[in-house]
Write a protein that binds this ligand. Structure first.
Ligand SMILES: [Zn+2]
Length: 293
């Protein structure tokens, strides 16, 4: 008899006591609880991601959260800890540094959410503009669309940082409140942690260089903060064309990693690249009662 192993993917989770971080696309804590409770009633067990490759005795869910935002840390980790439900959080360590490295994608979520902001205007050639308009068609406001598209799929991380300029005091206050400090994560018995890069920069060039400049330093930061690395690396952003996530597998293995969380869907039970089910599709995928929010 073989059982299913499904990995769930969360980001921001908000509640009244600990509201979602600025500009994120949160799942309410009540919905998170609904999903876990209904899944448990349907016979799913919860497993620790570090034991993903070990045999299980029932269908098993693995809870993962990306980015380590303050809302996730305050809402989800204590709730799961109290119930003995294992979690895995992919942490970005740049924000912990004495001179913080703030992830561009997170800066954009904040900048686009602050009212009355004058946003940077990227210079795109007609081909790039057309590409951005196609990829981000759901963003109806042209300036939002172009800024987001330019930063996420056209410009390099460095170019995007130059375009945005250094964060001002208002943005900084949102950034500082956004990422939980390392001591928040210590002392949990059921929470595990993994690397999610130093800067949240997309993988775009030489695979070994990315592992050495973004992933290995992140692991060092985790360990320096007294957290044990799970060995699972969570990929941030889509790799920039023409590179692919498969190219990261050999250097990750070489550095002792056991898997990379990337992409959406059900895991096949053995691949190094481990896809997940997005928080917003959990009820449908697991055939649980719909969330009545
Ligand atoms: Zn992320």
């Amino acid at each position: 008899m073989s059982y299913q192993k499904i990995i769930l993917m969360y980001h921001s989770v908000g509640s009244e006591a600990h509201p979602a971080v600025t500009g994120s696309f949160p799942v309410p804590l009540a919905r998170f609880i609904h999903q876990l409770d209904r899944a448990s009633e349907a016979g799913w067990a919860f497993g620790a991601l570090s034991r993903l490759h070990e045999p299980v005795e029932s269908d098993t869910l693995y809870i993962t959260g990306d980015d380590g935002t303050a809302d996730w840390a305050a809402n989800v980790l204590p709730w799961c800890e109290e119930r003995g439900i294992p979690t895995h959080t992919g942490l970005i360590t740049g924000p912990w540094r004495a001179e913080p490295i703030w992830p561009v994608a997170h800066r954009l979520q904040i900048l686009l959410a602050l009212p009355g902001r004058k946003l940077a205007e990227p210079r795109l050639d007609p081909e790039q503009a057309a590409y951005v308009d196609r990829v981000y068609a759901y963003e109806k406001d042209e300036r939002r669309r172009r800024l987001k598209g330019a930063c996420n799929v056209i410009l390099t991380d460095e170019e995007a940082r130059t375009l945005l300029g250094p964060p001002d005091a208002e943005e900084l206050s949102h950034l500082r409140a956004r990422f939980a400090a390392p001591d928040v994560y210590r002392g949990f018995r059921h929470a595990e942690f993994g690397t999610h890069t130093l800067s949240h920069n997309a993988f775009s060039g030489d695979p070994m260089d990315y592992v050495l400049s973004e992933i290995v330093p992140c692991r060092r930061d985790l360990e320096a903060a007294g957290l044990r690395d799970s060995g699972f690396f969570t990929l941030p952003m889509r790799p920039r064309y023409p590179v692919t996530v498969e190219q990261l597998v050999p250097p990750l293995r070489e550095h002792g990693f056991v898997g990379v969380l990337d992409g959406q869907g059900a895991w096949d039970g053995q691949s190094f690249i481990v896809p997940r089910i997005d928080a917003k599709n959990v009820e449908e995928f697991l055939q649980l009662p719909a969330w009545q929010g």
